[in-house]
Structures are given as C-alpha cells and as structure tokens.
Design a protein. Structure first.
Length: 390
C-alpha cells in the first residue's frame, strides 16, 4: 500500500472509530529535503504514527508538538532550516541542506473522515489532481488554517473546511493548474486580497500550499506463472493497483500465490482490453509464456491507452511476435513503438525470478514517472522533480 493510501485509510479509520487525530503535513520546502510538499503523517492519541516526514530526526519533536495541538486545537507550523548551524547546535540536524515547514492540525473524527475521502478521491482518479491547503491566513473573511480544496479539473472541485468570505478560494482554484505543471515537489503561494468597503478596506492575507496528487500506477500482468509472484509483491509494496490476468477462472488460481491481488479471468486473450480496459496510467506486462496467447495480448495492448507495454523474453522472440502481428494484417502501430519495452526491464544484474522482478518494476517505475533509470549521481536536475508524468 502506498503511504498516501495508508494516510487516507487511517483518516477514514479514525472517523469510523470516532477518534480525533493530529495531521502533520509538509507544506513548504526549499533546497534539498527528505520529503516533498504533500507528505503527511497521522499522529494518533496514543502517540503512534502512520507515515514519515523525515529520516527520523524530526519525529520526536513532531510528537511533542502534536500533543500540544491536540490539547489546544490550535494549528501550528514547525520550521526547520537545515541550512542553519542552529539546527546542528540543538541536535536537530535533518541531514539535508534545506528548509522544511510542517503544518500540524487537529482533526476531529468528522474532519478526519472528510479529508480521508478527499484524498481517496484524488488517488482513485485517472489523472493527476491538485490539493491546495491554507497554511496561514488573517483578515476579515479569511479562510481557516487547514481548509483544503481538491481540484481535478478547472470546474471539478471538492472543498474541506471553512474558506471564509474572501476571494482566496477562487484564486486557489485558478492557480491549481500552475501547481500541476510546476516542480513535482509542490509550491507555496502568498495572497493579499483587498476587501470591499464594508470590510473597511482591510485586506485578507493567506499562504497556501499546493501538492500534486498522482494516481497509483495500474499494473496489468498477463500471466500467472511462478515468476509473476515476485512482480506482484514488489508492485503492491509500492502501492500500485495490480491485476493478474489468466485464461482460467480466478477461483482456480491458488489465493496464497497472489494474496489480495486482483485476479481476473480472460478466457479469450484477444479480448484482453475488454476485460481490463487499460487507462493512460496503466502499465502492462506480457509474460504468460504461451506464444499464441502473448501474441493476442500484444495485439490488444498495441491499440490500448496503456502507457507502458513490456514483453518478457529474448529480443528474437519479440521480433517474431511483431512479424506475426504484421502477417495477421495488424502491424504494431509505429506511433506507439515508444511504449513497447522488449526485452523488458533495466540492466541491474542478478539472477532468478526475484532479480528479474526487480528489473521489471524498476523500469516500469522509471517510465511511469518520466525518468530514465540512470544513476542519480549523473542527474543534473533535483532528485525529486519529474520532467513529465504519464
């Protein structure tokens, strides 16, 4: 399960259990930091936590401040500047030469449920969306700290909390799409909005944090052989939505092989996309080890919206598959050749099913996040930025 999904489920669980929690969220960063804007941690009443905001160096103080926020109900913003020697003097060195601000807010059971549902909707969408959070605000009609708006399209929004009577909400919605195309690590904007004469001309000031929520990768595995098992394990550990396709009824696939992974029957392999309907956030792996079946799978996927198609096996086998598709009168579309990865995987070395699975998942992750799979030491751009998101 992904951390974001775990946070959403914990918020919903707290609501169902009638518990209040403290939510800690990274709302601003500068320079190199351990987590990006949009990272969250839930602190339960007993002090246990779900999520992680640092390498462990900040969690102790977060717990102390969370207890104070829980008691007072007043939100607080923690600021740590790893660029300052003061952090090292007081033993709070984050290990990163950057600044991070963390918003701590108490969430009642009802408030936790609303936010949990909001985050779940964002994660379930087929396309990326943006959540704007009020970090600081003052002035007549200003929104409350912790108010959020989820923007899935210019006119598709969902609100949480009190946004007041000012124009801050409209400004946040208008600016959300700038957040989506800006740095992957999110952004912070300051607003100063003049009020009407009835407000004596006093302005509203607000600071908002914008986080980009990218839906989980959908992984479709065409084949249920023993070598598919470590692929599903690695994918599910990353929080991906995994579907295993097999020509047999799902009930005949031993449940202990794939656990809670979705297994679907596709009796006629040429109808694959009618059964699973790959979206633009989907990656598909052809690994049934049955040549005719793999040919049908590749044929169907070539005309789907899947962003990644990988074929297990040597290059010569894939070349033969491509020739046979052409002989069928259905050549692989040249415009979609960039999506085809064969032989599948990155060249990471190792031997056996686990090493192959690691190679496959590494390549899928790189492609789906717009990366090359190269060494980070050779990357000139910031580590946490993505040049493109599939």
């Amino acid at each position: 399960m992904s951390e974001q999904r775990a946070i959403a489920r914990e918020l919903v669980r707290a609501s169902q259990s009638d518990e209040s929690v403290v939510l800690a969220s990274v709302v601003r960063t500068e320079g190199a930091t351990y987590r990006a804007v949009g990272a969250h941690m839930v602190v339960r009443a007993d002090g246990t936590m779900v999520g992680l905001l640092s390498s462990g160096c900040l969690e102790g103080e977060i717990l102390e401040r969370a207890a104070r926020v829980r008691e007072s109900g007043v939100a607080e913003v923690m600021t740590y500047d790893g660029r300052s020697d003061d952090e090292l003097i007081w033993g709070l060195g984050t290990g990163c030469n950057g600044l991070v601000e963390i918003l701590l807010e108490r969430r009642t059971a009802e408030g936790a449920g609303v936010l949990g549902a909001l985050l779940s909707h964002a994660l379930d969408d087929a396309s990326p969306s943006v959540i704007a959070t009020v970090v600081r605000a003052s002035g007549p009609g200003a929104p409350e700290v912790g108010a959020r708006v989820l923007v899935r399209a210019p006119v598709d929004v969902s609100r949480d909390g009190d946004w007041g009577q000012s124009a801050v909400l409209g400004a946040a919605i208008a600016d959300a799409w700038s957040a989506q195309v800006s740095a992957r690590r999110g952004m912070t904007l300051e607003y100063v909005l003049a009020q009407s004469e009835s407000s004596l001309g006093e302005a509203v000031t607000a600071q908002l944090s914008f986080e980009l929520v990218v839906p989980n990768v959908e992984l479709i595995i065409c084949g249920s052989g023993p070598d598919a098992i470590p692929v599903t394990r690695l994918a599910t550990s990353l929080g991906w939505a995994v579907t295993v396709v097999d020509p047999r009824p799902a009930a005949l696939i031993a449940p202990e092989r794939f656990g809670d992974v979705r297994v679907v029957e596709c009796a006629h392999s040429e109808a694959l996309c009618e059964v699973v309907a790959p979206s633009a956030r989907a990656a598909a792996i052809v690994m049934s080890h049955n040549y005719e079946r793999d040919l049908d799978y590749l044929d169907a996927l070539a005309r789907s919206d899947a962003a990644y198609i990988g074929v297990l096996g040597p290059r010569a086998r894939t070349e033969r598959l491509m020739r046979d598709l052409e002989a069928r009168g259905r050549p692989y579309p040249e415009s979609k050749l960039a999506r085809l990865h064969a032989p599948i995987g990155l060249d990471v070395g190792g031997d056996g099913a686990e090493a192959i699975a690691l190679s496959i998942i590494a390549e899928v992750s790189a492609v789906m996040h717009g990366r090359t799979g190269a060494h980070l030491r050779e990357r000139a751009a910031p580590i946490h930025e993505s040049p493109s998101l599939v």
